[in-house]
Design a protein around this ligand. Structure first.
Ligand SMILES: C[S@@+](CC[C@H](N)C(=O)[O-])C[C@H]1O[C@@H](n2cnc3c(N)ncnc32)[C@H](O)[C@@H]1O
Length: 321
C-alpha cells in the first residue's frame, strides 16, 4: 500500500513528552507512524507503545512499518475517544505518555480514494473509519439546509455557508450530489468571481474541511478524549496534542486549564478558601502553544497551522480510582 505522510513537529513532540527508556506510551493517531517510531526509539529497549488509529489503512501500514518493534507494540483499530475502555480491556490502569496528532494523514487526503480532497474526483465518503454510520454524501443529500449551513459555518468558518447550503438543496432536488467533483464545481459556481480571484485557497477548501469534521465527529471525539485521557496518566506522565483547527486547540486548552491550579476551582471568587474540593491535577509545560519552525513550514506547508500543547500530571484527579 502507498502510504505517504510528512510527520509534523516530531522532535518537539518527543522532547515535550519527556520520554524515558522503559516508558509505557500511547500514540492515539498512528497515521504514517512517524511519531510512533520516534517514541519507540526514545523508550527503547524495553518501553512499550499502544498505537491506535480509527483508519484500518493506518493500522495495516503500522503492522508493516512497526514490524521491527512488534514485541513492544500493540496496535488497536479504534477511536482514541475510547482510550479508557481500550486500556481497561488490556488490564492497564495508567501510562507514562499520551500523544495525539489530530486531523488527516496525507495518505487519507490524497491516496485513500475516500473523497477527502476537492482535487480528486471521487465518491463523497470522507469517513476515516469505514464503520462510521453516515458518509459525507449522505449528509449532503439528507440534512436540512439549516443543518448544512451550520456545519459549513461552525467547522469551516465559511461566510457563504447559507448560500452554499441553499445551492446544495436545490441541486439535490434534481439528482443526488455524489462526487467531490460535483461538490467542488457547485461551490465554485456559488462563489463570487471576485472572491475566487482574491482568495489564496480553493473555493471548496472550507466546506470540505467542515464536512470531514462533521462526518468523523472530530470535535466530540476530541472532547471525550480530553475529558478522560489525563486521568489515565501516571504522576509525572505527559499528554501532548498537536491540533490544526482553532476549535480543536480551544478544546485542548480548556481541558488542560480546567485541571490546572487556579483554574478548575468552582468556588465563588470572593471565597477566602476553596471549599469545592478541586485538586489541580495537570500543569502546562509551555506558556502557550508550540508552533512549527519557519524551516519546517518551508519544507512542509501543511504544517503551518499546527499547534502543540503539552501538560504534565501532577496529582491524581478527584475521580481517579
Ligand atoms: C495527522 S495523522 C497522524 C500522523 C502521524 N502522527 C505520523 O507521524 O505519521 C492523523 C491520523 O489520526 C487518525 N485519527 C484522527 N482522529 C482519530 C480518532 N479520533 N481516533 C483514532 N484515530 C484518529 C487518522 O485516521 C490519521 O491516520
Amino acid at each position: 500500500m502507498i502510504f505517504t505522510h510528512e510527520t509534523v513537529m516530531k522532535q518537539e513532540a518527543c522532547l515535550h513528552l519527556n520520554l524515558k527508556p522503559g516508558a509505557l506510551c500511547v500514540d492515539g493517531t498512528l497515521g504514517g507512524c512517524g511519531h510512533a517510531r520516534a517514541i519507540l526509539d526514545a523508550i527503547a529497549p524495553e518501553g512499550k507503545l499502544i498505537g491506535i488509529d480509527q483508519d484500518p489503512d493506518a493500522i495495516a501500514h503500522a503492522r508493516e512499518v512497526l514490524q521491527p518493534f512488534a514485541n513492544r507494540t500493540t496496535l488497536v483499530h479504534d477511536n482514541f475517544a475510547y482510550l479508557p475502555r481500550i486500556l481497561k480491556q488490556m488490564g492497564i490502569n495508567a501510562v507514562d505518555a499520551v500523544f495525539v496528532d489530530l486531523g488527516l494523514s496525507f495518505h487519507q487526503l490524497m491516496e485513500s480514494k475516500r473523497g477527502f480532497s476537492f482535487t480528486k474526483n471521487e465518491l463523497l465518503d470522507m469517513r476515516m473509519d469505514p464503520r462510521t454510520e453516515v458518509t459525507a454524501g449522505e449528509m449532503l443529500n439528507t440534512f436540512t439546509e439549516q443543518k448544512l449551513a451550520d456545519i459549513f459555518f461552525r467547522y469551516g468558518e465559511e461566510r457563504l455557508s447559507r448560500k452554499i447550503a441553499g445551492a446544495i438543496v436545490q441541486k439535490r432536488q434534481e439528482s443526488p450530489l455524489l462526487t467531490t467533483g460535483e461538490l467542488a464545481q457547485l461551490i465554485s459556481g456559488v462563489m463570487p468571481a471576485r472572491l475566487v480571484r482574491t482568495q489564496k485557497i480553493h473555493p471548496a477548501t472550507r466546506v470540505f474541511q467542515a464536512l470531514r469534521i462533521a462526518v468523523n465527529r472530530e470535535m466530540e471525539k476530541l472532547e471525550m478524549f480530553m475529558d478522560h485521557a489525563p486521568e489515565l496518566l501516571n504522576i509525572g506522565g505527559r499528554i501532548c496534542v498537536i491540533s490544526f483547527h482553532s476549535l480543536e486547540d480551544r478544546i485542548v486548552k480548556r481541558a488542560i486549564r480546567s485541571r490546572e491550579k487556579g483554574q478548575g476551582c468552582t468556588c465563588p471568587r470572593d471565597f477566602p478558601q476553596c471549599t469545592c474540593g478541586f485538586t489541580p491535577s495537570l500543569k502546562s509545560i509551555t506558556k502557550g502553544p508550540i508552533t512549527p519552525t519557519a524551516e519546517e513550514i518551508g519544507k512542509n506547508p501543511l504544517s503551518r497551522s499546527a499547534k502543540l500543547r503539552v501538560a504534565e500530571k501532577i496529582s491524581f484527579d478527584r475521580y481517579h480510582d
